[in-house]
Design a binder for this molecule. Structure first.
Ligand code: 13P
Length: 250
């Protein structure tokens, strides 16, 4: 049985007081009795404060990005060893904004995923097609390529620390959510492709959590989660207000 996850990606939004206020609200309302696993991905600048507020709470604080190396000369970057000072052991990889605007390819994602998993970090790997790719009937080719390249060479035993987030780019921040049927079709495909990665991968495919992201709101989350292959949501806008974040968790 795959546990559902509600993850909030705060992107480059929120001031420090705003981030702290949401974290405090989550700390108050989310308990070990909460059915879903809750994660937040604040700006790197806010990680320390947010992780401190959420310490002792089941809410997981994760980083939106990191560099795949140990402590070294790499100006402007942060690495898992530094994140672990704050107890941070979860990292997003391959968000479409990083793919589109910062040149993060599936090959770079693969390097990061391997390094982070080998460092004992849990990874949420984001994939998804653009509107042009969907309209030209290339959705499944793109997803297959992102899975094959991004997950190339990852050992079976490491998959327990891997979560996939399917985020169609055309649904991100647009208010245009994929229908539960469109999302389910993509999730089922992703699960099938993971199952074909290596001999015996069908078991990891069955247990891996696949989140949907793209204009998820409290009023559409239930219909998405009702689908058999949708194991949670990676949420931008609606996670950046305490009320709607709590609405999603409920
Ligand atoms: P929105 O929920 O704002 O569409 O963002 C989705 C997203 O990119 C989460 O990573």
């Amino acid at each position: 049985m795959r546990r559902k996850i509600i993850a909030g990606n705060w992107k480059m939004n929120l001031t420090l007081p705003e981030a702290k206020a949401i974290a405090s609200g989550l700390k108050e309302k989310v308990s070990s009795q909460t059915a879903v696993e809750v994660m937040v991905f604040p700006s790197a600048l806010h990680l320390h404060a947010v992780a401190e507020i959420l310490s002792g709470s089941p809410v997981i604080t994760g980083a939106q990005n990191a560099y795949p190396a140990v402590l070294t000369a790499m100006t402007g970057e942060i690495c898992p060893a530094q994140l672990s000072d704050f107890g941070i052991k979860t990292i997003l990889v391959g968000h479409s904004e990083r793919r589109q605007f910062l040149g993060e390819t599936s090959e770079i994602c693969n390097e990061k995923i391997k390094f982070f998993l080998n460092s004992g970090v849990r990874v949420v790997y984001c994939i998804g097609e653009t509107l042009a790719e969907r309209e030209s009937q290339n959705t499944f080719t793109v997803l297959k390529d992102q899975i094959k390249k991004g997950l190339f060479g990852i050992e079976s035993a490491k998959f327990k620390d891997l979560v996939i987030a399917y985020e169609p780019v055309w649904a991100i921040g647009t208010g245009k959510v994929a229908t539960p049927e469109q999302a389910e079709e993509a999730h089922a495909f992703v699960r099938k492709e993971i199952g074909a990665l290596f001999v015996g991968a069908d078991k990891v495919a069955e247990s891996i959590q696949i989140l949907y992201g793209g204009s998820v709101k409290p009023d559409n989350i239930a219909s998405l989660l009702a689908k058999p292959n949708i194991d949670g949501g990676l949420v931008g806008g609606a996670s950046q207000k305490l009320d709607s974040f709590l609405g999603l968790i409920k």
